[in-house]
Design a protein around this ligand. Structure first.
Ligand SMILES: Cc1cc2nc3c(=O)[nH]c(=O)nc-3n(C[C@H](O)[C@H](O)[C@H](O)COP(=O)(O)OP(=O)(O)OC[C@H]3O[C@@H](n4cnc5c(N)ncnc54)[C@H](O)[C@@H]3O)c2cc1C
Length: 555
C-alpha cells in the first residue's frame, strides 16, 4: 500500500483546512466486516483468500483513477474504415481495457463456473460486489458473460466451443475473430424498439440459411439496446416459424468475415458511460440456434436470472461505496465547531445508510447461496427464483435514493464530478431498469408464487428462522403470512407485497446474523409504523455508534 497523496495545502491567499484527505489505497475486504461474515456464513469461506486478495487489489487508488478515466473518456463509434467499408467498431479508452483485463483475469465473469460447488455463486457475487464499488461499466460485460453460461450449455456443440472461451480467464480486447483470441465475452440482444419488457413482441426474423451444411440461420431485424457491443458473441432472440427462439450471433462469422451487424447509433447515457450501448440492425446476420426452436425465452431466462442477481449485488455495492465515501467525508469535515460525523442528526443519516447497505448485501449473498443450492431440491430452487426477483426489485429500487442521500452528506462537493459521488448517483437507477424494470420484477414475484408451489413456503420458512428475534419482525411475518394465504388479486399491490417480503427477509437475516444494534435499528425503523423510506429517520434508541463503528472502522 502506498501512502495517500498529499497535495499542497498552503496556497497564496489561504491555507486549505477542514477538507478530507485523499483516501489513498484501501482494502475493500478488510474494512468490510459484513462482507467477511456474509461470505463465511453463506458457504464461500473456502474462497476467502481469493476474495480478500481481490479486495486489496481493486481498492488501490490507481483502480479508482482508471475507472474515472474510462468513464470520462467514453467509447467512440467507428462505423466505417478510411475506405468507406463497414467496420462497426466501438473504441474504448485504454483504462476500460485495463479494467476488463483485470476483471476477466480475476474470474469476475467465471468464478461460479470454474469453482462449481457449494459457495460458488456466493464467492462469485463477492467478487462482483468488490469491483462494482469501483467501476460498473465493465461489469455489464462481466455479468452477461457469467450469466450466458447456462444458456450456452443448452446446445452441446455450442457449449463445447464457447464455454471454454468465456471461462478462460484471458482477455483480449482486439477487434478480431474469437478463434484467434485466448478468450471471449458474450452479450445479449433482446430489446427492440416496440418492446423491451415484452420480448414476445420481438420482430427480428430468423430463417434457415439457404446454402451450406453448418445448420446456420440468417437474422434480419433490429435491436434497440445492445450493451458491450464489442463482445465476441451475443445471445439473441429472433422469431422463427415455431416462435421466439434463441441464437448465438458471433461478431465474426466462422469464415473470418465481419458478421452483418450494423451499428446505427451509440447511445448517450445518463450513467454507465464507460460501457457502450448501441442500436443495431441485423442484415441477414449469421447465427446458430441455441436450445429448442420456438423456446427461446425459456433458453435465455437463465441468463436473465443471473443478470438479475448481478443487478441486486451491484446495487448493494453502490450502497457500500456510498457509505464509505459519506463516512470518510463526514469524519474529516467539521461544521459549527463539531465533526459532521459526530452531529446527532448526521449520525442518524449515516447509520441509516449503513443499515440499508448491510441489509442489501445480506439479501444478495443469501440469494446467491440459494442459487448454489438450487440443485439440492425444490425448496432451494424456489427460494432462488423468488429471492432473485425480490432482491433485484428492492435493492435496486433503494439504491438511487441511497446514493443521493450519501451525496448530500458531502454538501456541495458531492455534486461535483471531481469525486466519485456524482458518477455513483448517475449509475444507481440503471440496475433497476435493465434486466426487468421494477414493475416487471414484482409481476415476476407473483409469477413465481403462482407457478412454484414451494416459493411461498420457502420464503416464509426463511423469514421464520428468526422468529422471536424481534417483535416487529414477528408481527410483519404474521401479517405477510395472512395476506399470502388469501386468494386475491395481487397485481395492483405487487410492489407493496414485494417490498414487505424484502424487508421481512432482510430483517430475518440481520436478526440472525448481524450485531443486535444493526438488527434492532433495522426492525424498529423498516418494520415500524412510521417508516416512510426517507433516510435519517431511525427512531430514538438506535445505537448509531455501534452501527457506524461496524460499517467502517476508524475514527
Ligand atoms: C443502459 C442500458 C443498457 C441496456 N442494455 C441492454 C442490452 O445489452 N441488451 C438488451 O436486450 N437490452 C438492454 N437494455 C434494455 C433494457 O433491458 C430495457 O430497457 C428494459 O427491459 C425495459 O424495456 P423497455 O425499455 O422497452 O421499457 P417498457 O417495456 O416499455 O417498460 C416501460 C415501463 O413499463 C413498465 N411495465 C412493463 N410492463 C408492465 C406491466 N405489465 N405492468 C406494469 N408495468 C409494466 C416497466 O416496468 C417500465 O417501468 C438496456 C437498457 C439500458 C437503459
Amino acid at each position: 500500500m502506498t501512502a495517500p497523496l498529499r497535495p499542497r495545502a498552503a496556497l497564496a491567499t489561504h491555507d486549505v483546512f477542514n477538507m478530507p484527505p485523499h483516501m489513498g489505497d484501501r482494502d475493500l475486504w478488510a474494512e468490510d466486516t459484513a462482507l467477511q461474515e456474509g461470505v463465511r456464513r453463506e458457504g464461500a469461506a473456502w474462497a476467502e483468500a481469493r476474495i480478500a486478495a481481490f479486495g486489496r487489489l481493486i481498492g488501490r487508488a490507481g483502480m479508482a483513477e482508471k475507472a474515472e478515466q474510462a468513464n470520462r473518456h467514453g467509447p467512440e463509434l467507428k462505423p466505417f474504415d478510411r475506405y468507406g467499408m463497414r467496420i462497426d467498431r466501438v473504441e474504448y479508452h485504454p483504462a476500460y481495457h485495463d479494467l476488463m483485463a483485470l476483471a476477466v483475469e480475476n474470474e469476475v465473469a467465471s468464478f461460479a463456473w470454474n469453482h462449481a460447488g457449494p459457495g460458488a455463486h456466493v464467492g462469485h457475487m463477492a467478487l462482483t460486489y468488490l469491483i462494482s464499488q469501483v467501476e460498473c461499466g465493465v461489469m455489464c460485460s462481466m455479468a452477461m458473460t457469467y450469466a450466458a453460461v447456462p444458456a450456452l450449455r443448452a446446445s452441446p456443440a455450442i457449449a463445447e466451443a464457447w464455454v471454454p472461451r468465456v471461462l478462460s480467464g484471458r482477455y483480449d480486447g482486439r477487434d478480431m475473430p474469437v478463434e484467434d483470441k485466448p478468450g471471449g465475452t458474450v452479450g445479449m440482444f433482446m430489446t427492440e424498439k416496440q418492446g423491451g419488457s415484452d420480448v414476445r413482441s420481438n420482430s427480428t426474423v430468423a430463417r434457415p440459411a439457404d446454402s451450406g451444411t453448418d445448420g446456420s440461420w440468417r437474422l434480419t431485424g433490429h435491436k434497440y439496446f445492445c450493451s458491450a457491443p464489442m463482445s465476441d458473441a451475443f445471445l439473441t432472440l429472433a422469431r422463427t416459424d415455431a416462435g421466439i427462439s434463441c441464437f448465438l450471433l458471433p461478431r465474426w462469422t466462422p469464415d473470418g468475415e465481419r458478421n452483418a451487424i450494423s451499428i446505427q447509433h451509440l447511445k448517450d447515457k445518463l450513467g454507465n458511460r464507460s460501457n457502450a450501448s448501441v442500436e443495431i440492425e441485423l442484415e441477414g446476420a449469421w447465427a446458430l440456434m441455441v436450445g429448442e426452436d420456438g423456446r427461446g425465452i425459456r433458453t435465455i431466462i437463465d441468463m436473465v436470472q443471473g443478470n438479475r442477481l448481478y443487478c441486486a449485488v451491484s446495487s448493494a455495492a453502490l450502497m457500500r461505496q456510498a457509505v464509505v465515501q459519506a463516512l470518510h467525508h463526514t469524519r474529516h469535515r467539521s461544521a459549527f465547531q463539531r465533526r459532521l460525523a459526530d452531529q446527532p442528526l448526521m449520525r442518524n443519516v449515516l447509520a441509516d445508510l449503513a443499515l440499508e447497505a448491510e441489509a442489501a448485501l445480506a439479501l444478495g449473498l443469501r440469494t446467491a447461496r440459494a442459487v448454489d443450492e438450487a440443485e439440492d431440491g425444490p425448496e432451494a430452487r424456489a427460494l432462488a427464483r423468488i429471492g432473485t426477483a425480490i432482491a433485484k426489485y428492492w435493492v435496486c429500487k433503494r439504491a438511487p435514493g441511497h446514493a443521493f442521500e450519501a451525496l448530500e452528506c458531502h454538501g456541495g462537493p458531492g455534486y461535483i464530478e471531481d469525486g466519485p459521488m456524482a458518477r455513483l448517483y448517475r449509475e444507481a437507477p440503471l440496475n433497476s431498469i435493465w434486466e426487468g424494470s421494477g414493475n416487471v420484477l414484482c409481476l415476476d414475484v407473483l409469477r413465481a408464487m403462482a407457478r412454484e408451489e414451494e416459493a411461498v413456503p420457502a420464503l416464509l420458512a426463511e423469514i421464520d428462522a428468526a422468529r422471536g428475534g424481534h417483535p416487529a419482525l414477528d408481527r410483519a411475518a404474521e401479517a405477510l403470512r395472512d395476506d399470502l394465504s388469501r386468494p386475491e388479486e395481487f397485481e395492483p399491490g405487487a410492489r407493496a407485497l414485494t417490498e414487505r417480503m424484502a424487508l421481512a427477509l432482510q430483517a430475518s437475516l440481520l436478526v440472525r446474523h448481524a450485531p443486535q444494534a444493526v438488527a434492532d435499528a433495522f426492525c424498529a425503523s423498516r418494520l415500524g409504523d412510521r417508516w416512510t423510506g426517507a433516510y435519517g429517520t431511525l427512531p430514538p434508541g438506535a445505537d448509531t455508534e455501534a452501527i457506524l463503528a461496524r460499517a467502517l472502522p476508524g475514527a
